[in-house]
Design a protein around this ligand. Structure first.
Ligand SMILES: NC(=O)c1ccc[n+]([C@@H]2O[C@H](COP(=O)([O-])OP(=O)(O)OC[C@H]3O[C@@H](n4cnc5c(N)ncnc54)[C@H](OP(=O)(O)O)[C@@H]3O)[C@@H](O)[C@H]2O)c1
Length: 358
């Protein structure tokens, strides 16, 4: 394999998320385009890619990627376990959750670019994020998660009566409230938060949001608020869609739960660690939190006897909101797109800022 010049350090600022352009997994660009790697005149045509995609979930991604790489014989893919010999030194690593914690011997210093199949990088070892360039699959889950959120909001507000026989009298109006006119507070206004906001606005919900950086709202009609307390004070439902970082650990704690609107619907699709679950329990019991819809918990899975499973105001899904039938193919296409960009010196999609942690 010919040698390659090391890419210049990337500019780590994650750029503004691009507009979602369609439907279904991967239809949105999911773009956090960044300046990325400058044009590399010495990038070799031959390229060794280390892949760490455990079965069973990794197999369809690998299969889709193999299909995309047909006709590119100068690109070789090796399993990480097969890439540890001194002659096999991948320059690119495609990886998913479950990567072993220790740094692989010998070759890791040669890895110029790491791409994760996840949107968040909180579960990856820190040495991995010290690669010169790290990208993630940000944006590929936004459409399906926004549908999970809309479902949770609607079923949390309205209780339709479905009958299996004629009714003898016109039934009483079903209990519940309208979503229209309510306020949704979105904590973390990235790809997912924005996809949810667009759908909520269509349901005539007022949407306010909080993000880390001091940037304007990327969605017309959504008001950005300067702090969490202000958002909690006005929100009938609060969605957690922020990256899991030290700053967002237990963001929803005892103090925050004293600032919510009484009867709030709390939704979490981000990571379980954003909520202090022990502080949540009394808030549920005294009605400050009317309902908690949780796709993520801490830990995962919860122990079988965990109180969250049986609390009447809690609904749990098993970290599945981000899945869609076409997700694995979308992940492979995203990596392939970035591979083409990498080889031609174009900005990569989904750049991770290792300092910010997402
Ligand atoms: N349940 C699932 O299956 C699933 C699937 C995919 C992702 N996720 C989780 O969802 C998270 C968000 O995904 P995404 O695709 O929307 O990522 P994203 O586009 O990178 O957005 C992350 C958002 O978090 C915000 N943020 C970071 N730190 C913050 C803080 N201290 N306070 C307020 N906001 C903060 C960022 O603010 P700025 O806009 O200012 O940068 C950004 O808006 C991921 O990190 C991942 O943990 C879960």
């Amino acid at each position: 394999m010919t040698s390659v010049s090391a890419p210049a350090p990337h500019q780590a600022e994650v750029a503004e998320a691009a507009t979602e352009t369609g439907t279904g997994a991967g239809a949105g660009t999911g773009t956090a385009e960044a300046p990325g790697i400058p044009a590399q005149t010495t990038v070799p045509r031959g390229l060794l890619i280390g892949v760490q995609l455990p079965s069973p979930w990794g197999a369809p991604i690998r299969q889709a990627l193999d299909g995309l790489l047909v006709g590119e014989p100068d690109i070789e893919i090796v399993d990480v376990s097969a890439a540890e010999g001194p002659e096999r030194r991948p320059r690119v690593l495609l990886t998913g959750p479950g990567l072993r914690v220790e740094r692989p011997p010998a070759w890791f210093g040669d890895v110029e670019w790491v791409h994760t199949v996840s949107a968040g990088v909180d579960s990856y070892p820190s040495w991995l994020l010290s690669a010169p360039v790290v990208t993630c699959s940000r944006g590929l889950h936004a459409t399906q998660i926004s549908e999970w959120v809309v479902t949770a909001l609607l079923t949390g507000a309205r209780q339709n009566s479905w009958v299996t026989a004629p009714v003898t009298a016109f039934p009483r109006p079903t209990p519940g409230a309208l979503l229209a006119g309510s306020t949704l507070g979105i904590v973390g206004f990235g790809e997912i938060g924005q996809a949810v906001a667009r759908r909520a606005l269509a349901l005539e919900v007022d949407v306010v949001a909080l993000r880390r950086r001091d940037r304007p709202s990327p969605v017309d009609g959504v008001r950005l608020l300067p702090d969490l307390a202000g958002l909690l004070a006005v929100s009938d439902a609060v969605l957690l869609s922020a990256a899991a970082t030290p700053d967002t650990h237990h963001l929803i704690d005892e103090t925050a739960l004293r600032q919510v609107r009484p009867g709030v619907h709390l939704l979490n699709i981000a990571r379980g660690t954003l909520i202090d679950q022990e502080a949540l329990r009394p808030a549920l019991d005294d009605g400050r939190v009317r309902l908690a819809s949780l796709d993520v918990t801490d830990p995962e899975p919860l122990p079988a006897d965990h109180w969250l499973f049986t609390h009447p105001q809690v609904r749990i899904s098993p970290h599945i909101s981000g899945w869609a039938p076409s997700l694995e193919q979308a992940i492979a296409r995203r990596f392939h797109e970035n591979l083409l960009r990498y080889r031609s010196g174009q900005p990569l999609i989904g750049l991770v800022d290792p300092t910010a942690g997402y």
